[in-house]
Design a binder for this molecule. Structure first.
Ligand code: LHQ
Length: 257
């Protein structure tokens, strides 16, 4: 069914592989829609408790396929109609999403990685805020995330210069959850994803919502939101299991409910 991505679910992990390797997995309309669809399908599938987005071949994603835009393309409309819904699907996903950045992530490909909850970064990978190199501005929430993650000065530096940031630099900046050696890539990404998938999935969704809410609310409003989140977390089976396991001095076995 998918033409531009690979999709599979294995051991509670949904794997989304951007699959246009000859074009460094650059976004087409179709790929954009398929990512959105696959994230939604993963969200709706109770079996899935973690999602990994990665790239086939040597790149993660080179951003918009520049052979697909014409001078007549209204870029604002493309963002509102196509990229916005895709990036919101990722950003608002209640399940944990991991960007497994296997190679270069440029332009909207960088933004996609930023919208995920974790960035596992291959030592061969790099990030390029390439927009300025073609006379555009960072999009798909890029600056929203970048300023929060690495601060205004560095966010501006990356955005105004459009230069390659290596995996080691990304780690120093705080962009990388972990940098992984090329020969250990597959097994470490799988182990990390399965670890995340074994956590209390409902609590993870509520933690993500709570953190996002903190940016928009007064402290008083935030405390109310937090209390509601905790009320819901307290109703889950995983909470009961967590406390029981703690008292019984054993490792909890969470089921994501
Ligand atoms: C590509 C691309 C590409 C097509 C490599 N398109 N072919 C959203 C709304 C609507 C419109 C506007 O934009 C946006 C958001 C955006 O994402 S704008 C930013 C778009 N992306 C870029 O500007 C990045 C352009 N690419 C690069 O800067 C480099 O290719 C990177 C840094 C990604 C990789 O560099 P290298 O590793 O040196 O590879 P390369 O440059 O040799 O690329 C390999 C091939 O892939 C090459 O084709 P060829 O036929 O010569 O082998 C490139 O033309 C092609 N390619 N990116 N975005």
């Amino acid at each position: 069914m998918y033409e531009t991505i690979k999709y599979k679910v294995e051991s509670a992990v949904a794997w989304i592989g951007l699959n246009r390797p000859e074009k460094l997995n650059a976004f087409t309309r179709r790929m954009n829609e398929e990512i959105q669809h696959a994230v939604r399908a993963s969200e709706d599938n109770a079996e899935v408790r973690a999602i990994v987005i990665t790239g086939e071949g040597r790149a993660f994603c080179a951003g918009q396929d520049l052979t697909e835009v014409t001078p007549e393309t209204n870029l604002g409309d493309v963002l509102l109609d196509l990229y916005g819904p895709m990036i919101k699907e990722v950003a608002n996903c209640e399940k944990p999403i991991i960007a497994a950045v296997n190679g270069v992530a440029a332009g909207a490909g960088f933004s996609l990685a930023l919208a995920c909850d974790f960035r596992l970064v291959s030592e061969k990978a790099s990030f390029v805020n390439a927009f300025v190199n073609i006379g555009l501005i960072p999009d798909c929430g890029n600056l929203y995330y970048l300023t929060r993650m690495i601060g205004q000065a560095k966010a501006l530096e990356l955005s105004l210069l459009g230069e390659k940031v290596t995996a080691a630099q990304a780690e120093q900046l705080g962009l990388a959850t972990k940098v992984i050696a090329a020969e250990e890539w597959k097994e470490q990404v799988t182990a990390f994803a399965e670890k995340v998938a074994s956590k209390p999935t409902m609590a993870i969704g509520l933690i993500k919502q709570s953190l996002e809410a903190s940016y928009h609310l007064s402290f008083d409003q935030y405390l109310k939101t937090e209390a509601e989140g905790q009320r819901l977390a307290g109703l889950t089976k995983d909470y009961k299991e967590g406390v029981t396991a703690y008292l019984e001095k054993r490792k909890p076995h969470f089921i994501g409910q």
